[in-house]
Design a protein around this ligand. Structure first.
Ligand code: GUN
Length: 281
């Protein structure tokens, strides 16, 4: 039976380390504050935003909350971001996605000061990651790297196959695995012979958004399987992109859903908030 990677426990250990760092910064006179903006009331977003604020509270940093109505205009949102960009008492700015259809997401992301871009979505942050310069890294892929390292799984020289090419997960995940000296393949919905490609992986990372699609037919025996998916199955139960029960019997390590990658995302966001102090010096 595979090693079950406990993202909840690992994220808690990280948050406890961040709590110490936040206390040290406070003792030196630096208070860290994250501004969180939500537009409209998408129920999933409301849960995510609440958890992000709870995370801030846990590690002892401040959070400012902006809950704007669905009808907020793009210009109103951009003007709030510009105001927060200029505030010395705000270190991080996070605009929860998705945004209502009348607001241009790219324009919003580009308006955030890259030095406060704790989500790591700004083109400048993505570019910095691409050429190995300091900057914020997207939280979910950063969390996957941390999970692997803290579980004692070595990355260097390994065949890593990433399923999915989104801007938030797949693409930055590929850049991070490359930085860790893995040999990286990014596969996606148009990949020919997907099963064969996935089966090459020593480390298989699924970020496709299809409930339980990845069965053992996609997995090499002894591989490490990281499930980034958060879906609902036919019984409305939370599940990943990986058919956990099927794959766990043949792989060497696997993340569960929930309790795997999910809790790491917030830990990495909080890490970015603490890191923002360095980047803003
Ligand atoms: N919506 C889903 N995931 C995320 C995330 O990591 N950050 C933001 N801002 N919105 C999201």
């Amino acid at each position: 039976m595979a090693q079950i990677i406990d993202g909840k426990a690992i994220s808690l250990a990280i948050k406890d380390e961040l709590k110490e760092k936040a206390a040290k910064l406070k003792a030196e006179g630096t208070e860290v504050t994250l501004a969180v903006i939500q537009v409209g009331n998408n129920p999933a977003s409301t849960v995510y935003v609440r958890n992000k604020k709870k995370g801030c509270e846990y590690i002892g940093i401040g959070s400012l909350s902006y809950e704007l109505p669905e009808e907020t205009t793009e210009e109103e949102l951009l003007s709030l971001i510009r105001e927060l960009n200029g505030r010395k008492d705000v270190n991080g700015i996070l605009v929860q996605l998705p945004l209502p259809a009348h607001i241009d997401e790219n324009k919003v992301i580009r308006t955030i000061n890259p030095k406060k871009d704790v989500d790591g979505f700004h083109p400048e942050s993505v570019g910095a990651l691409c050429i190995g310069q300091p900057g914020f890294v997207s939280c979910t892929p950063a969390g996957v790297i941390e999970l692997l390292k803290r579980s004692g799984i070595s990355i260097e020289g390994k065949e890593c196959v990433i399923l999915g090419r989104s801007n938030i997960v797949g693409k930055p995940m590929a850049l991070l695995m490359l930085r860790e000296n893995a040999t990286v393949t990014v596969a996606h919905s148009r990949t020919a012979n997907l099963k064969e490609v996935a089966k090459r992986a020593d480390i298989l990372i699924a970020a496709i958004g299809k409930p339980k699609m990845i069965t053992r037919e996609y997995v090499k025996e002894g591989a490490v399987v990281i499930d980034v998916g958060i879906n609902r199955d036919a019984d409305n139960k939370l599940c990943g992109d990986v058919d956990f029960d099927d794959v766990a019997e043949i792989c060497s390590a696997i993340t569960p859903v929930p309790g795997g990658v999910g809790p790491m995302t917030i830990a990495m966001l909080l890490n970015n908030c603490i890191q923002s102090v360095e980047l803003q010096k």
